[in-house]
Design a binder for this molecule. Structure first.
Ligand SMILES: Cc1cc2nc3c(=O)[nH]c(=O)nc-3n(C[C@H](O)[C@H](O)[C@H](O)COP(=O)(O)OP(=O)(O)OC[C@H]3O[C@@H](n4cnc5c(N)ncnc54)[C@H](O)[C@@H]3O)c2cc1C
Length: 427
């Protein structure tokens, strides 16, 4: 591949976990780049809720050299080592407690404020972040023409922003979140923070990572340190009062309605909530390919509409960034066009997302089966926890998935393939 005469221009759209991790990975992996992150927000701040840091998230934070930026006193880990517990939301009965046997201590599940993760990532970002820049449109070529870039093997792209700015880039990384191409999912998450002392003062309330289940809705409580407790509730609200993310819920009845059949303990927890934000969940299309035109890659939520399922979206975003940067570097160091690196990225990540969609499809089938059984509250909760949340649900591998191992295997296979192709062309 020819050395570029000028740096390779890369635009990353979105400064969420995906965009920030992509910048960190790419700035290290490719020596000749000019990377810029464009973010639509006017101020860089995370929504004030919590986020799981799963074992696969920790592995990626190590790979990004970001773990060192997280002060252990700013994250919550359970005292008895459980990762998560599931309780009946009506009776409080503990139905299952998932442990973490075999997980190295530094990779044990943790819960943190989203801003803790954002600050840790930002500390390693060395490229400019241009705020107040909402990408509106992408066209090929600088002036309507579309010459091929010898490094990527594809035409350059013109980006048009809402503030009137236009720029031309060689590679575009779409890290603009789930609403990249989307529709409503039919469920709404309500999220808020409660002073920890209020909840820990309730008799019988566990200082744990707890899902309180109803037949299809749930309430989640978890300590976030900083004197705060997280409350997240998931309910089937197909037409929320607004589709805006993070809007304050003004009518308390909207928020309280879905949990009326839950028991007194959960009701008391909910009664302490003051400021609740609404997050209607979005479900984009399940894309067959997450790269296009030889110069565009989607990463993070933009590449997969999982709507927060598995509580590991940040890990998926980091895994995408890891593979994307390695795949581009692989192509560059083998004298291939970068479009071949993008294809390899797609060949590693698309099958992973297909496997995750398969799990969600099984869950949907389980919900449909439950509908036909006509179960009461407690039986339905047992059914749901057994089939979708406990050990038997069979998705523990998601957190054990080691993308670094997968990458080593794939790159070994690709290099072997290149060697055989070269040998076949020898005179
Ligand atoms: C209820 C719920 C609970 C969750 N819990 C967890 C959890 O415990 N652990 C976990 O790992 N994940 C969790 N997730 C998922 C996690 O929040 C996402 O997977 C993660 O934020 C994805 O990061 P991202 O960077 O891809 O997208 P986002 O975080 O959505 O960031 C996208 C960024 O792009 C910007 N943007 C969008 N459009 C444009 C545009 N046109 N131009 C410029 N900028 C643009 C946005 O402003 C935003 O800053 C949860 C999600 C939900 C809904």
């Amino acid at each position: 591949m020819p050395e570029p005469n000028s740096p390779l221009r890369i635009a990353i759209i979105g400064a969420g976990p995906a965009g920030l991790s992509a910048a960190i990975s790419l700035q290290k992996a490719l020596p000749f780049t000019e990377i810029t992150i464009y973010e639509q927000a006017t101020v860089l701040r995370e929504i004030g809720t919590g986020l799981n840091i799963q074992p696969n998230t920790w592995r990626m934070l190590d790979a990004l050299n970001v773990s060192k930026n997280i002060n252990p006193h700013t994250i919550f880990r359970t005292s008895d080592g459980h990762a998560v517990q599931h309780r009946n939301g009506r009776t409080g009965e503990l139905l299952c407690s998932l442990g973490q046997d075999g997980t190295p201590p530094r990779h044990l599940h943790a819960r943190a404020l989203r801003s803790v993760l954002q600050t840790a990532l930002l500390a390693n970002v060395e490229v400019p972040i241009v705020l107040d820049s909402r990408l509106l449109r992408v066209t090929e070529g600088q002036h309507g023409d579309a010459p091929l870039n010898p490094v990527t093997g594809s035409p350059s792209l013109a980006l048009h922003f809402s503030n009137g700015h236009t720029t031309t880039v060689d590679l575009l990384i779409g890290a603009d979140g789930v609403r990249s191409v989307t529709c409503l999912h039919g469920k709404t998450a309500y999220r808020g923070l409660i002073p920890a002392e209020k909840l820990l003062g309730i008799e019988g309330f566990p200082d744990a990572v707890t899902f309180w289940h109803g037949p299809s809705e749930w309430v989640y409580t978890c300590n976030l340190r900083h004197g705060l407790y997280e409350l997240t509730c998931m309910a089937g609200v197909s037409k929320p009062e607004s589709e805006e993310w993070g809007e304050k819920v003004v009518r308390r009845e909207e928020f309280m309605r879905p949990w009326k059949d839950f028991g007194p303990l959960v009701q008391e927890v909910l009664s302490h909530s003051t400021e609740i934000q609404r997050f209607p969940l979005f479900a984009g299309a399940r894309l067959e390919k997450i790269v296009s035109r030889g110069s565009i890659a989607l990463i993070g939520d933009a590449s997969h509409p999982l709507s927060g399922a598995f509580g590991a979206g940040a890990a998926f975003a980091f895994e995408d960034s890891f593979v994307l940067s390695r795949a581009l570097s692989w192509a560059y160091t083998r004298d291939l066009q970068l479009s071949e690196g993008l294809d390899l990225y797609d060949r590693v990540r698309s099958p992973h997302y297909k496997a995750l969609y398969g799990i969600l499809d099984r869950f949907r089938e389980s919900d449909a089966r439950m509908e036909t059984l006509g179960l009461g509250f407690d039986e339905a909760v047992r059914h749901s926890v057994r089939e979708k949340w406990g050990e038997e649900a069979g998705f523990g591998w998601v957190y054990g998935y080691d993308v670094q191992e997968v990458w080593e295997r794939v790159v070994g296979e690709e290099d072997e393939r290149l060697k055989q192709t070269a040998e076949a062309h020898l005179p």
